[in-house]
Ligand binder design. Structure first.
Ligand SMILES: C[S@@+](CC[C@H](N)C(=O)[O-])C[C@H]1O[C@@H](n2cnc3c(N)ncnc32)[C@H](O)[C@@H]1O
Ligand code: SF4
Ligand code: SF4
Length: 335
């Protein structure tokens, strides 16, 4: 039994940007997004199931501003910890002050590199400056602010300079994740970081991170062996399941109520309009398979790094091959 702890709720499919890598393929709102009443009932059910934090994400949550702020206010009243993930484009003093009044735990703003790279990637001039401004507005409203960066083939050399720009703005965390070729990103294999990109970003960050008194985190399902030489692999190559929390204690909910193991998966396991979340979470057959995976395909089982990497990201593997036990296409050791 895996208790749900962390839920990523995509409040809308709408977005004012059109990033090529977007796992959510955000664009226009869906015709049947959950109503406020449905969303309130869902979060109460999730709270009862043991959820400790819900993230309001998307799409762009601030493209459905009133809904997001009303739900935020409800979450605050219910004492449910929540945070907002945003591209920062629409952040205003008024929004930040309402989030603060509603006890938001955190506002996370996304960056895809320095100004030129970020604006080109996000397809909107001025989006970098707006993201910076969003951090300042949220900070000035008294909110905890954090930054999320996606490492691609295009920005790996800019990550440390970006940290030096956002760190003085009072951020509490700098979260770095590799691009995963899912959603719209499936059509952009050219963004997949190569070995030198992992070295330019994650390895260099690991070396300087102690100098910054904030949380600097990276989730890199594989390649831990590249930047962390203290993690010796053992030659027994035992596979003891997937280390990732997705589908175990973390779930994603789509704008129309679909339940997924995480946002990187593109198919629903069920829908909260038809069934209680807890029923889907406890009984879904795909989730059972994911949680109890006993082996991966031979390439991984025979790989000397298996005990460190444990096969990479299952969503990346599944979305690109249709197999849960496949090797993650991000792996630099296979073609
Ligand atoms: C889908 S967005 C939703 C919230 C908001 N619109 C934003 O951009 O922050 C959440 C985060 O996921 C990141 N992201 C989107 N597609 C990704 C992918 N294929 N691989 C890794 N991160 C991705 C975005 O860059 C952003 O930081
Ligand atoms: S990553 Fe965020 S800002 Fe970019 S298209 Fe997706 S939802 Fe919009
Ligand atoms: S072959 Fe499999 S176990 Fe080895 S590094 Fe690649 S993904 Fe990880």
């Amino acid at each position: 039994m895996w208790p749900i702890r962390d839920v990523r709720y995509q409040v809308t499919h709408a977005c004012d940007l059109h990033c090529p890598h977007c796992f959510a393929k955000a664009d226009k709102p869906l015709p049947d997004e959950l109503t406020l009443e449905e969303a309130k009932a869902m979060v109460l059910d999730l709270k009862e199931s043991g959820m400790r934090m819900i993230t309001l994400t998307g799409g762009e949550p601030l493209c459905r501003e009133e809904f997001t702020l009303d739900l935020a206010s409800f979450l605050g009243e219910q004492g449910i910890r929540y945070r907002v993930f945003t591209n920062g484009f629409r952040m205003t003093e008024e929004i930040a002050s309402r989030l603060k009044k509603s006890d938001a735990y955190e506002v996370q703003v996304s960056f895809d590199g320095l100004r030129e790279t970020h604006d080109a990637f996000r397809g909107a001039q001025g989006s970098f400056d707006k993201a910076i401004r969003a951090l300042e507005i949220a900070r000035d409203a008294g909110l905890r602010t954090t930054v999320r960066v996606t490492v691609t083939r295009r920005n790996s050399e800019e990550i440390l300079d970006l940290l030096d720009i956002v760190y003085p703005l009072g951020i509490s965390a700098f979260r770095v994740r590799p691009f995963v070729p899912v959603g719209r990103g499936k059509e952009h294999k050219e963004f997949i970081p190569e070995r030198e990109d992992f070295e330019n970003s994650f390895v260099r960050l690991a070396k300087v991170k102690e100098r910054y008194p904030i949380q600097i985190t990276f989730i890199v399902p594989h390649f831990t062996f590249v930047f962390d030489s203290s993690r010796k692999y053992d030659s027994e190559r035992e596979f003891d399941g997937i280390p990732c929390v997705c589908g175990k204690t973390l779930a994603a909910i789509t704008p129309d109520g679909g339940v997924r193991p995480c946002g990187y998966f593109s198919s629903d396991l069920g829908n909260v309009r038809e069934m209680k979340f807890s029923e889907i979470w406890e009984n879904n057959e795909f989730l059972q398979r994911m949680r109890n995976l006993e082996r991966l395909e031979d390439k991984c089982m025979e790989c000397e790094f298996l005990s460190l990497c444990r096969g990479g990201c299952r969503a990346s593997a599944y979305e690109n091959t249709g197999r849960l036990d496949a090797t993650d296409p991000l792996c630099p050791l296979v073609d």
